[in-house]
Design a protein around this ligand. Structure first.
Ligand code: SAH
Ligand code: SF4
Length: 362
C-alpha cells in the first residue's frame, strides 16, 4: 500500500516553510532542512541532529523522506552515465548525465510515457502511463548529484534539461516545485539559464511558466509550416505555429540576452530540404533564438529515416547564414544505449527488446 505521509523530498521552500509553521516551528527550519537534503544528501531523518529529537518524532508522524533508488548505473566510454531509477508502482525511468569540457548536463524525465503522440518519438509511441510526482522529478537530480559525489563547491551538474521522457508542461503542477528546488540556493542553486524546460508547445503553460519561475525555454518545432507540423506533432492542430511563436517571443521579450532554443529533428525527405530550412529561418527571423538540429534517432516500429550527414550540414549552413546560432546534437553514450529526449527508456527496451536506441545530446 502506498505511504500516505507527506514526502519531504519534493516540497519547495515555501511549502516546507508552511509545514514547519503549521507545527509551531520557525520558518528557517525549512532552509535548514533543505541544506541537509540537497547539500549533504542526508536521507535519514534521524541524522538531522540540528533538529531536536522531539521535533524529529513529531515530523515522523505525518511525513517521510523517501528518496529514489538506483537499479543500475552504466558508464559510457565517453563519460556519459545512465542511471535506471526505481519509481513506485514498479516503473523505472532513466536519467542521463552528459559531461562536457565546461559543463555537465543532466537530462531528466517528467512523465512515464507521453500522450501527445508525435510521430517521430519513441516516448509518444509508448503512450501515456502516468505523471511523475515532484519527488520523482527532483529525485532524479538528487540521486544523480549524490552519485556524482557533488559537493556544493564542486558542482558537476551545471545544467538540467527536461528533455527525457514526457511533456513537462502537461505535468505542470508537479514540475513547477521541482524547478523551484533546482533554482533555490538551499536546493541545487542552479542559474535560470541552466535549467531548461523543453515543450512541444503547450501555449497556455508557456505563459504560466513565464509568470511563475525564471527558467530557459526550448520548443520542439520540427517543421517550418502548419501543414507539416500537423502531421508530425498533433498538438499543432490545437496550438499552431503562429500562436506558438508569439508565445516564444513573449517569453523572452523582457529578459536580457534570453533566447528560445528551437529543437528541430531532421528526418530524411520529410523536413530536411533546403527550401524547408529557408522557410524556417524566415519564420524565426524576428525571435531571439538558437536552433538545435537533432538527426532523427530511429526506433523499432518507426518508418522514418535519419537525414544524411550532407543534408544536416546543408540545413545547418542555411540557418547559420541567416545568423541564427545553429548547433547539431552529437551522439553520446552509444555503447550503453544511453538515452535523452527521444527515448522511451528501459521501459521501452524491456518490453520491445530494442537495442538500437542511442543518445543524442548537444
Ligand atoms: N516533450 C518534450 C520534451 C521531451 S522530448 C518535447 O517534445 O519537447 C526532447 C526532444 O527530443 C524533443 O525536441 C523531441 O522532439 C526530440 N525527439 C523525440 N523523438 C526523437 C527522435 N526519435 N529522434 C530525435 N529527436 C527526437
Ligand atoms: Fe511527447 Fe515530446 Fe515525444 Fe512529442 S516529442 S510525444 S511531446 S515526449
Amino acid at each position: 500500500m502506498q505511504d500516505e505521509k507527506i514526502n519531504l523530498l519534493g516540497l519547495d521552500r515555501v511549502a516546507l516553510e508552511k509545514l514547519f509553521t503549521k507545527i509551531g516551528e520557525k520558518e528557517y527550519r525549512a532552509a535548514q532542512f533543505m541544506k541537509g537534503l540537497y547539500h549533504h544528501y542526508e536521507a535519514d531523518f534521524d541524522n538531522y541532529t540540528n533538529f531536536s529529537k522531539s521535533l524529529r518524532s513529531k515530523m515522523q508522524v505525518f511525513s517521510t523522506l523517501a528518496v529514489p533508488e538506483v537499479v543500475s548505473e552504466k558508464v559510457s566510454n565517453d563519460g556519459t552515465i545512465k542511471w535506471l531509477m526505481q519509481m513506485h508502482e514498479g516503473n523505472a525511468i532513466e536519467t542521463v548525465y552528459i559531461p562536457e569540457k565546461k559543463r555537465g548536463t543532466l537530462c531528466i524525465s517528467s512523465q512515464i510515457g507521453c500522450s501527445l503522440n508525435c510521430s517521430f518519438c519513441a516516448t509518444g509511441a509508448q503512450g501515456f502511463n502516468r505523471h511523475l510526482t515532484t519527488a520523482e522529478i527532483i529525485g532524479q537530480v538528487w540521486l544523480a548529484a549524490k552519485n556524482l559525489g557533488q559537493s556544493t563547491k564542486n558542482r558537476r551538474i551545471t545544467n538540467v534539461v527536461l528533455m527525457g521522457m514526457g511533456e513537462p508542461l502537461a505535468n505542470y503542477s508537479k514540475v513547477l516545485p521541482a524547478l523551484k528546488i533546482m533554482l533555490d540556493d538551499f536546493g541545487f542553486g542552479l542559474a535560470s539559464r541552466r535549467v531548461t524546460v523543453s515543450t512541444s508547445g503547450m501555449i497556455p503553460y508557456i505563459y504560466q511558466l513565464n509568470h511563475d519561475v525564471d527558467v530557459s525555454l526550448a520548443v520542439s518545432l520540427h517543421a517550418p509550416n502548419d501543414e507539416l507540423r500537423n502531421q508530425l506533432m498533433p498538438i499543432n492542430k490545437k496550438y499552431n505555429i503562429k500562436k506558438l511563436l508569439q508565445a516564444c517571443n513573449d517569453f523572452v521579450k523582457d529578459k536580457k540576452k534570453a533566447k528560445v532554443t528551437f529543437e528541430y529533428t531532421l528526418i530524411k525527405d520529410i523536413n530536411d530540404k533546403p527550401e524547408q530550412a529557408r522557410e524556417l529561418v524566415k519564420l524565426l527571423a524576428n525571435i531571439p533564438c538558437k536552433i538545435n538540429l537533432i538527426p532523427f534517432n530511429p526506433f523499432p516500429g518507426s518508418d522514418y529515416v535519419r537525414s544524411l550527414a550532407q543534408s544536416v550540414e546543408r540545413f545547418q549552413n542555411i540557418c547559420e547564414k541567416s545568423r541564427i546560432v545553429t548547433t547539431v546534437r552529437k551522439t553520446r553514450g552509444d555503447d550503453i544505449d544511453a538515452a535523452c529526449g527521444q527515448l522511451a527508456g528501459e521501459f521501452y527496451d524491456r518490453t520491445r527488446r530494442s537495442n538500437s536506441i542511442k543518445i543524442k545530446v548537444s
